[in-house]
Design a binder for this molecule. Structure first.
Ligand code: ADP
Ligand code: MG
Length: 269
């Protein structure tokens, strides 16, 4: 038959066994300060992982290690079974070439608290920059895709706007479109709404919800607890460089097992 049954076509895509991102025993220090103290985490394809925790607990550092912005001291991170960065434990066990790092980085999208758009470029040019430069996508093709992504984040009419002409919420939606432009396997968000005026938070969360329901693999550091409960498959609570507990929202948010999780949730609610 011309069309394969649904069950067959989904298994031929060979969903990686276990995690899309696997983090095992990751440690990281800055000088004397141990910021990650043995992190184990599995991010499954198509799932949303929300990371909660007090300021300074190591959440941003963890995201940065996944995106090659921070080398780990020991432990291992893999993306689709490929080692990310390098692990050091006395000896250098594995080091990637700069070219390999760049290639892997194109598979990981990241959205920061502070938008980080290029101020002197339009929304459209912000989105086409990486595909054109990193992948050599022709201009017309990159722009056509960028317009689709602008429509996805509800900004199809602002292609020609510069960041200063956009609200914070609009800028963050352009930043999300930009992160999607390389078709990443996983999208990392570091407190994507923390820098926004309260009335602009929801428009950004709505875009992230849309990505989640479309099956995009997301890892989101957030203080928006009710959003995490709605959208996350797995909630991770971090404190002092460790994962204190992780599990479905019904467990970690609604019935936390640890006192530290309970007191954190009481403080941020
Ligand atoms: P969170 O995102 O949970 O607030 P971070 O990962 O940003 O936590 O930081 C964890 C700890 O590591 C903090 O004490 C922070 O000051 C420290 N830290 C983060 N980045 C650096 C760095 N590049 N150099 C030195 N200390 C850092
Ligand atoms: Mg942080």
């Amino acid at each position: 038959p011309a069309t394969a049954p649904a069950a067959t076509s989904s298994t031929t895509h060979a969903a990686p066994r276990g995690g899309l991102v696997e983090i095992r025993g990751v440690r990281k220090s800055f000088g004397d300060l141990e910021v990650l103290r043995g992190i184990d985490l599995t991010v499954r394809p198509g799932e949303v992982t929300a990371i909660l925790g007090p300021s300074g607990s190591g959440k941003s550092t963890l995201l940065r290690t996944i995106n090659h912005l921070e080398p780990v001291d020991s432990g291992l991170i893999t993306l689709d079974g490929e080692v990310i960065g390098y692990r050091r434990q006395g000896d250098l066990l594995h080091e990637l070439s700069e070219k390999e790092v760049l290639r892997q980085r194109t598979r990981i999208g990241m959205v920061f608290q502070s938008f980080n758009l290029f101020a002197h470029r339009t929304a459209l040019a912000n989105i086409t920059e990486a595909p054109r430069r990193a992948l050599g996508v022709p201009k017309a093709q990159a722009e056509a895709r960028a317009r689709e992504l602008l429509a996805l984040v509800g900004l199809e009419d602002r292609a020609g706007a510069y960041p200063r002409q956009l609200s914070g919420g609009q800028q963050q939606r352009v930043a999300i479109a930009r992160a999607l432009a390389l078709d990443p396997s996983v999208l990392l968000f570091d407190e994507p709404t923390s820098a926004l005026d309260p009335e602009l938070v929801e428009e950004v969360l709505a875009v992230i919800r849309g990505l989640a329901s479309a099956g995009t693999t997301l890892v989101i550091v957030t203080h928006e607890i009710s959003f995490a409960r709605d959208v996350a498959d797995t909630v991770v609570f971090m404190d002092h460089g460790r994962i204190v507990e992780q599990g479905p929202p019904s467990q970690v948010i609604d019935a936390p097992a640890h006192e530290r999780t309970r007191s954190f949730l009481q403080r941020v609610r």
